[in-house]
Structures are given as structure tokens and as C-alpha cells.
Design a protein. Structure first.
Length: 97
């Protein structure tokens, strides 16, 4: 697959991806590191902050989580980390006003 873009200020360099897989080509996610989000967890929506994008745990093979999220301190403790496997409103969303 041939791609183009800007790298180090050079316009339209050619870039080749060997495969059309998530390990080679990924779409842009809606949230960034540090963004406040709500994740669907256990029995409802819980607030948290994005820690990592396209997270992969050691031992995971062919699996990525769109986001690693640290939940706000509370019901699940002070340092609970969960994973949002996909970037959809059913899984992770912006906080409600």
C-alpha cells in the first residue's frame, strides 16, 4: 500500500506499508493522552483520563486497545486502569456537560 504525507518538512514523500493491518496502519483516534473521557465499565459510565493510545499489553498477540484509561479515584480504588478496546461511543465517550 502506498501512502503520502509530510515527514520532517518534506512534502509528499512516499511511504509503504507492508500490510493493511492495525499494526501497520491506524486511523486517528477521537481522544488524546490526558483527555477526560467516560468509559462503559461493569454497570455504567465512569469518568477517567486517557493514559495511552493504541495500547498493547505484554503477552497480547494480535490485539490492541484503542485507549488505556485511568479511572478517577473512587469506587474502584485510587489507581484503577482499564482498556477501551474500540473507539466507539458505546465504549468510550466525551464527558457529559
Amino acid at each position: 500500500m502506498q501512502l503520502s504525507g509530510t515527514i520532517d518538512g518534506e512534502e509528499n514523500p512516499l511511504i509503504y506499508a507492508p500490510n493493511d493491518t492495525d499494526e501497520c496502519i491506524r486511523g486517528k483516534l477521537r481522544f488524546g493522552v490526558g483527555d477526560a473521557v467516560q468509559c462503559f465499565f461493569e454497570d455504567g459510565w465512569v469518568p477517567g483520563k486517557v493514559l495511552k493510545l493504541y495500547h498493547r499489553e505484554p503477552g497480547w498477540t494480535d490485539q490492541w486497545a484503542a485507549y488505556q484509561v485511568r479511572l478517577v479515584p473512587g469506587r474502584w480504588g485510587d489507581d484503577t486502569t482499564i482498556y477501551a478496546p474500540v473507539d466507539t461511543d458505546e465504549c468510550v465517550r466525551a464527558p457529559l456537560p
